[in-house]
Each structure stands twice: as C-alpha cells, then as structure tokens.
Design a protein around this ligand. Structure first.
Ligand code: AHR
Length: 497
C-alpha cells in the first residue's frame, strides 16, 4: 500500500496558536480532588497539589486550561470557592449529582496554573446565573483594587489580580441536560449582554460564545447562526465540542471519526463567515474547540455511581491503543485548520477522560492518548503546511472515501525543524509513504517515532505501559525524497531538520 505527500514551505496554512494544545480541568469526579489536588499524598506540596501530577502536566506543555466546567459551571457559585476554607460550604452539584466541598476554587486553581505554566480559560455560569455574577467574578479576578470584589480578593491573600484573558460565556447551553438550558434566542441575548458588561469591567478580555455540544445536535448549525446573530460584535470565538467512541467495535469506522470533526469545523467556519457577510462585518470569528476527545468506555458503568458522594471515580475511561490513533487523527485535523481554530482543549486532563491518571494515595501514570498529545504539543508548533496527500481510500459504516493516510506537516522557523504527523488507518497493512521534500533543500531525518501495537485494545496501566512510542527503523532522505514505512494502524512523528 502506497501514499504520497508533498511538503512545501510555500504552502503555509497559518502559524499554530499554541493554545490548540489546551486542556480542561472540571470540578467532576477525581479531576480536582484526588487528581491535581490531594493534600495527604506523599508528593503533595504545601498547598496540597500533587507534584507528580504537576510534572506530567508540565511534560505535556499545556498552555491554557479551561475551568471550572463543563456542565459543573452551569450551577456553580464561584463565591463558595474563595476566602477562608473553613467557611466554604459544601454544595450539591446538580450536573454530576455529587457533593462539591469547595476546598479548591478560583484562587487555588490560578496558583496551580502558575505551577504548571498554563494560563486559565475561565467559564462563567450562564445556566443558573447571569450578568451580575459574571461581572463580579471578573472584577474579583482582574480588577486591581479599590472596589468591593477586587478588595475582597486582596483580603483573601491575592494582592495581584489574576489577569485572566480568555472567558467562556457558559457551557453547552444548547443541551437539554444543561442546568439552565436555553434556546438559541435566549442564549444569544444573555450571552451578548454578559459579554458587553464583562468587557466594561475589563476591555482586554477575549470571549468565547457557546456553539453546539456536538455535530449531531438537532439545532446545529442554526444554533451557531442565531447565537452569532446576537453576539457577533461582542465575542471573539465560537466553541465546538465533540467526543467519539467505538461502542460497536467497528475500528475501521471509529478510526475515520476525524472526518466528522473536519466536516464539523468546516461547517462552523462557514456559519461564522455567513454571519460576517450578513453583518457586513470586517471582523472574523475564530473557533475554540474547547472540548474534544474519545469518550464512551464509562457511559454505562457511570450509572452505578452513588449520588452525592464527594469526588467519586466518574468518567474514568481507560484508553486503548486505537483510542490513541483517533486522538492523533483529531490532532492532525485541528492542525489542518490552524487558520481558524485558535484554541482547543483536550477534555480532560487528569482522571476524567484524561491522558493522566492517578491512584488516590499512590502513583500517577500515562494513558495511551498521552503520547499523540505530547508529540503534537511539543513538536507541532510553528507554521502548518498544507498537506498535499495522495492516499488510497476506504469506505466504512458512516464514512466514504476515508484516506488511509491522515497527515500534516509543521515547520518551526526558529529551529528550522519540520515535523510530519501521520496516522496509517489501515488495520492490516503498512503504508509506504513517499514524501517529496525537494522544496526544503537538504534535510535529514532526526527521528521517526512510532506508536503501534498488535492489539488495538491494548491499554496502559499503573504498572505497565505497553502503548508507548518507539523509534522506527533508520531512514534518510535522498535527493529530496523520503520513503518511510508507516506500520499498520499507527501514529507516526517524523522529525526532519
Ligand atoms: O467533559 C465532560 C463533559 O462533557 C462536560 O462537563 C460537558 O461540557 C460535556 O458534555
């Protein structure tokens, strides 16, 4: 099986916004309590943050982290999570039907973000709350001093404002499961008025309006059109959320999931640009793909969780090798749209549908999906080059013309490195990839990293890591041509300089 890819520095799509390697920490399950924070853990620092977990987050080089939800934010009172801990109330979290102890709140999260070198992407509650509470929160976080909420922050021990730049106007407000679910008209109105007021408090912020919760929502894409009709001038981004799964054990079909992601992104771009034309606007709305991942393993088992417990093991999907391939192809798809997708958050980061897992009181470890995310985040910064790919194709249950090869290349001007990310979707056959690199001049292959496994269902555990990258056989480019074999069902990172 053969495929061809032509790489040319002239075919620039855009410079990658590093925020596409963002992630997400929600108050759900063991993401916060027993995840990033576990004061009695031997590796916790004096603030209670697990340093083994912080190390793994730093390894992923996550530049932005969305917080505190998710569905959770739609019933959240942020005031419960600030000030003296002994006076913070425990509350029922209606989104996940658990009890929220409020030991961690906005200030602690901001401290943790500093530890891991990330900025925060803060969501406001537009489910049960509205303009006033959003304004109070941004005043508390971003105003320096001399007002009620900013002085309250100072009295809580945070002299300097947090200066949070990126804010989400609610979460998944199109979903009936959302506490405070709204029609597009209702959401568009509250979103624009909240946006206007928040910008009066801090004109330097960027705002994300809620788009659809997934591509199959019955209200998609009219939801985006109506929302933007109201909010176009007041927001900077519209969000997309999407999770894929393989409940029918149809791997060929599952591996094609990124085709839906690609179609979803294109449709949202078209809707934004339709509204741009309609409004005779010069402004372009960009995309924030602020929840994406594989999620399906725990959908049934989570029904057994006892209601109102504190930090139960919710949504702890154990990822397989094939899940990592889907995550890899989703990363390539995000990169291909680097001109419009400026923020993306792998949902989530720790324990809950996460690349990083922890044992309470014990180890932390890497799931299979850790690796494609790590590679893209570390090597996928620079200028995305439009991939010219010729690949054989297949049809699956839900998709036609699925290319066996999914690939993209990123050029990093500072180091002159070029990295090719490639997934071979073929389940039985290696793919011989011919790369035409003639326009790049003299290049050498630094390394070819491969994530492959004979068992598509292989998983990493706390004790063993069968799914981890290995180096492929030595290959070199000759006369501007590189022939490299991509093993059956594999994620590949080919680094050139
Ligand atoms: O990431 C888990 C949940 O998925 C989030 O809370 C919600 O926004 C989405 O439905």
């Amino acid at each position: 099986l053969k495929a061809k890819m032509t790489i040319d520095r002239e075919f620039a799509v855009a410079t990658v916004d590093p925020r596409i390697y963002g992630s997400f920490v929600e108050h759900i399950g063991r993401a916060v309590y027993g995840g990033i924070y576990e004061p009695n853990h031997p590796q916790a620092d004096d603030r209670g943050f697990r340093q083994d977990v912080a190390d793994l987050v730093r390894e992923l080089q996550v530049p932005i982290i969305r917080y505190p939800g998710g569905n959770f934010v739609s019933g959240y009172k942020w005031e419960d999570g600030v000030g003296p801990r002994d006076r913070r109330p425990a509350r029922l979290d209606l989104a996940w039907r658990t009890t929220e102890p409020n030991e961690i709140g906005t200030n602690e999260f901001m401290q943790w973000c500093r530890q891991v070198g990330a900025e925060a992407m803060m969501a406001v509650n537009l489910g049960t709350r509205g303009i006033e509470d959003a304004c109070n929160l941004i005043e508390y976080c971003n105003h320096s001093e001399g007002s009620y909420w900013s002085d309250l922050r100072k009295s809580h021990g945070y002299k300097e404002p947090h200066r949070i730049k990126t804010w989400c106007l609610g979460n998944e407000m199109d979903g009936e499961w959302q506490v405070g679910y709204k029609t597009a008209e209702e959401y568009g109105r509250i979103a624009v008025e909240t946006a206007k007021a928040m910008r009066l408090v801090d004109p330097g912020i960027e705002l994300v309006a809620c788009g659809s919760s997934h591509s199959a929502m019955p209200t998609f894409p009219q939801w985006e059109a109506t929302t933007l009709e109201h909010t176009y001038d007041a927001v900077d981004y519209i969000s997309l959320h999407q999770y894929y799964g393989n409940p029918k054990r149809d791997t060929a079909n599952f591996l094609a999931s990124a085709l839906d992601m690609d179609r979803f992104i294109r449709s949202v771009i078209s809707t934004c640009d339709y509204m741009k034309a309609k409004k005779r606007s010069k402004k372009t709305i960009n995309l924030s793909f602020d929840e994406w991942n594989v999620w399906f393993h725990t959908l049934e088992s989570d029904k057994a969780i006892v209601p109102w417990s504190v930090a139960p093991p919710l949504v702890e999907d154990r990822y397989t090798f094939e899940d990592a391939l889907v995550v890899g192809s989703m990363l390539i798809t995000l990169l291909k749209h680097a001109d419009r997708v400026k923020i993306a958050c792998l949902a989530q980061l720790v324990n809950v549908i996460a690349p990083i897992m922890t044992d309470t009181g014990g180890k932390s470890w890497k799931q299979t999906i850790f690796y494609p995310f790590l590679h893209a985040s570390v090597y996928g910064r620079g200028i995305v080059m439009q991939p010219i790919v010729l690949s054989p194709k297949y049809d699956s249950a839900d998709y036609t013309d699925v290319p066996y090869l999914e690939a993209v290349a990123v050029y990093r001007p500072e180091t002159k490195e070029i990295t090719v990310f490639a997934v071979n979707r073929h389940l039985e056959s290696a793919l011989l990839l011919d790369c035409d690199l003639r326009s790049l001049g003299q290049v050498r292959v630094v390394e070819h990293l491969v994530l492959a496994h004979d068992d598509l269902q292989a998983k990493n555990t706390r004790d063993e890591e069968p799914v981890r990258p290995r180096r492929g056989p030595e290959v070199q480019a000759q006369d501007g041509q590189l022939a490299v074999s991509l093993p059956k069902a594999s994620w590949n990172v080919i680094r050139l300089e």
